[in-house]
Design a protein around this ligand. Sequence first.
Ligand code: ADP
Length: 447
Amino acid sequence: MLWRISFFLLWQLAGAGLGWWQGGVWGAVLGAAVAVWVWFVWDLVKGARVLRWLRTGELADTPEMGGVWGEAADRARRLLRNQQAEVRSSESRLQEILAALQASPNGVVLLDAQGRIEWCNQIAATQFGFDAERDVLQSIGNLLRNPEFTAYFSARDFSTDVVLEGRLSTPSRPERISVHLHPYGDGRTLLLSRDVTALEQADAMRRDFVANVSHEIRTPLTVLTGFVETLQTLALNADERARYLGMMAQQAVRMQSVVQGLLTLSRLEGSPLPGMTEWTPVQSLLERCEEEGRALSVLLTQAQQRPHVMQFPSSEMLRLQGDIAGAPSELQSALSNLISNAVRYTPAGGSIIVEWTRQGDGSAVFSVRDSGPGIAPEHIPRLTERFYRVDRSRSRETGGTGLGLAIVKHVLQRHGATLGITSTLGKGSVFSVTFPASRLRAPGLPA
Ligand code: ADP
């Protein structure tokens, strides 16, 4: 500033000196006045340039000039540059935060104080049918027309969530979305949504399972208790006693089978996958299947004197990767179970054909074909559910628990194999197990 005042004085002196040289004292006064005016106008022009530039704020157009105005422009330019860098960094931080919210596995919607959508991620857009761009600033109440949500939103008690029916929900494919609002900032609200369909289904399955187990155990228990009371209160002759005790033993065996089946399932769920180094000769599996199948058939058909017509595959040299531990092994029980079902459900005199075939791609199929009652198509997808039976009384008559196919499915999954069921009502069923080529070895090859 001192320099500027000195320069102004010098400039005035120079004007006065020039005026003195041209016209004496009056010339000096006039010269000083003209110098002041020139200084003033020049200063105005520079100031106007700086102001004009500040209005646009374009860093690239910063006016190049010296003096105080030059310094002011320079400082303003630096300030502007810092400010723009800050804006850019905040913008990129905001984008990063939005990208993180976008990557969230749950739906996220940011609502302003009036309940209008400020931003939402793709998951929320899909769950609620929003358009993430078009619906910005639309009121959530107008877009999410669900009475439960409306009540939840207007009550403004956001301590818990509300579970809504998904917009694509159908009776066969239910969809349940949990919505939880969290107030934040200046009256704003954060909406978090989560697909809880699987959770609710798992919960329902757990409840069903407990109810089924209780039912399965309670029924024979009630019968047993009844017989015990009868034996305690009535004077029965030896024959009657023996008959009642026989029926009691039957119920006890039934309960035992249910508990055994449940223990098997829980062991399969909890135990590690079978070792990949164990190899079982397919031949010995098939031989055991035949032995057990024929024995069961004799037992069930001897009264009618019409045995099943049974056919089993001849020799097979392959080895199958799978656990051979346990007697019988997991694999053995699963394959035998399919044969046992065929024997139990096929009336005496019917046919049961067991086959082992190699496919072109190296995989192998173990199949059990029977000429039994067959299964209606609507039951087929549910047969591997625990306790699912097409005909409860028929299953019970033959000592079934409704857990057999659930166990089979589990064992096969653990061995990389798949179960296929085809059936024609009144004609019979085919239960087939496909083992992938990777699980089979020709004899002689190292494991
Ligand atoms: P269960 O112990 O009752 O036999 P499973 O889980 O083995 O239970 O089978 C489930 C249901 O599938 C059976 O109750 C029966 O209704 C049906 N099922 C299984 N195998 C056959 C078959 N070979 N023929 C007809 N129905 C079958």
